[in-house]
Design a protein around this ligand. Structure first.
Ligand SMILES: [Mg+2]
Length: 396
């Protein structure tokens, strides 16, 4: 069995492109993977897949680890970033081929399923409605009453947990992003009002997380964490590239700390895990690959850290993340985006089975669904709109 073609495809995801990788073989079996970028470097990832293709052509796709480590070795001076994303998309597609050849779900190749279902949370709750209500066809989020209604909708639709960004309703509504890393009084008050409104709307039985992304430095994060302690958050999430600073934050608050989504490979996670600088770690299968995500989860497990897959892309990524959740013991909960462009469901041959706040593990061979390439082709990414969308994402 030989690889005959490798290619990356961009698909309009509404506010950024979804990136898919296809690996074809001489036996007619095709594997798919997703490695969507976080909005700014899609062509870097696509270009890197192209750069890696000569390593793969005419090779047996079933020797997944051999090909992974060869791609890793040859790109090692560029560890992480778009390179690891490209490797991840290819590696998942290789696993998809191997599992399809054997007629089993991918998790069976790692001794799974370790669980039949995994709890999910409604992520970016309000974020897309605040920024893209027109594209989504949802009512805009203009008032705190709208936020409360959204909280009620989360409960009504069966979710037991949600994660919010720093959404500020208004006309227009926006999300807080900083360039200088400073937490202003205005922002702190807006965040406190958001979380108190959500807590009031969902009651005491629903878990709430807040994601600060990279927006504040240690001082601001600690200030916000202490301010939010009365609201019993499941976690406060932040990205920060200094493990000692994250440990300082964790030790300064009662709220569990989640971090790590922008780290690549177990080597980048290790300094954080060695310090026990977080309670929950985000691991992105689309950015690390299946095997590397399992290694990160194993490393986290021996440091008593739970894993929550970072997953805010297409359904293919959700299925990839489900494979991880079916393969490792220390899973806390899985991220899923609920609000999306109308064609999201058309892009895969089988939708993830999400009911009453849980995702039930896919049963089909490989990832559990194929990419519907004809539908992907109907929604090409238009780079001319990219700049406009980026400007909107900056918020205020
Ligand atoms: Mg995050």
């Amino acid at each position: 069995m030989k690889i005959t073609n490798v290619e990356a495809m961009l698909c309009d995801g509404g506010w950024w492109p979804w990136i898919f990788v296809k690996v074809q073989t001489d036996e007619g079996v095709t594997g798919y993977g997703e490695c969507s970028d976080n909005r700014v470097n899609p062509y870097g990832v696509v270009g890197c897949v192209k750069d890696l293709t000569p390593i793969l052509i005419d090779r047996d796709p079933r020797a997944v680890e051999a090909l992974y480590w060869e791609m890793y070795r040859l790109t090692r001076p560029n560890l992480g970033g778009v390179v690891q994303k490209a490797i991840a998309g290819i590696e998942v597609a290789l696993w998809d081929i191997k599992a399809k050849m054997l007629g089993v779900p991918l998790y069976e190749l790692s001794g799974g399923p370790i669980r039949d279902r995994v709890r999910v949370y409604w992520s970016h709750c309000g974020t897309y409605r605040a920024l893209y209500s027109e594209q989504l066809g949802t009512p805009p989020l203009q008032t705190m009453e709208d936020i409360a209604k959204l909280g009620a909708e989360v409960v009504q639709r069966g979710f037991t947990a949600l994660k919010a960004n720093m959404v500020v309703p208004g006309n227009p509504s926006y999300t807080i992003w900083t360039q200088d890393g400073n937490l202003t009084r205005e922002s702190a008050k807006a965040v406190e009002l958001l979380i108190s409104t959500l807590r009031g709307a969902v009651g005491d039985e629903i878990d709430i997380c807040l994601d600060l992304n990279f927006n504040f430095r240690t001082e601001g994060i600690v200030h916000l964490a202490r301010m939010l302690e009365p609201f019993d958050l499941m976690w406060l999430e932040t990205d920060i590239y200094d493990p000692q600073a994250l440990l300082q934050i964790r030790q300064a608050t009662e709220i569990p700390i989640c971090s790590g989504e922008s780290l690549y490979t177990s080597r980048q996670y290790k300094p954080y895990f060695d310090l026990h600088a977080m309670d929950v770690t985000m691991v992105d299968v689309a950015w690390n690959g299946f095997s590397e995500s399992r290694r990160i989860a194993a490393l986290a497990d021996i440091c008593e850290i739970a894993v929550s897959p970072h997953n805010y892309y297409s359904h293919l990524s959700t299925l990839m993340s489900a494979q991880l959740c079916a393969s490792v013991p220390n899973v806390r909960i899985l991220e899923v985006d609920v609000d999306a462009v109308p064609w999201k469901d058309d892009l895969v041959t089988h939708l993830p089975d999400i009911r009453e706040g849980y995702l039930y593990m896919p049963k089909g061979p490989g990832l559990g669904a194929d990419l519907n390439e004809a539908e992907v082709a109907k929604h090409p990414w238009n780079p001319r709109t990219d700049t406009v969308k980026l400007q909107r994402l900056r918020g205020r």
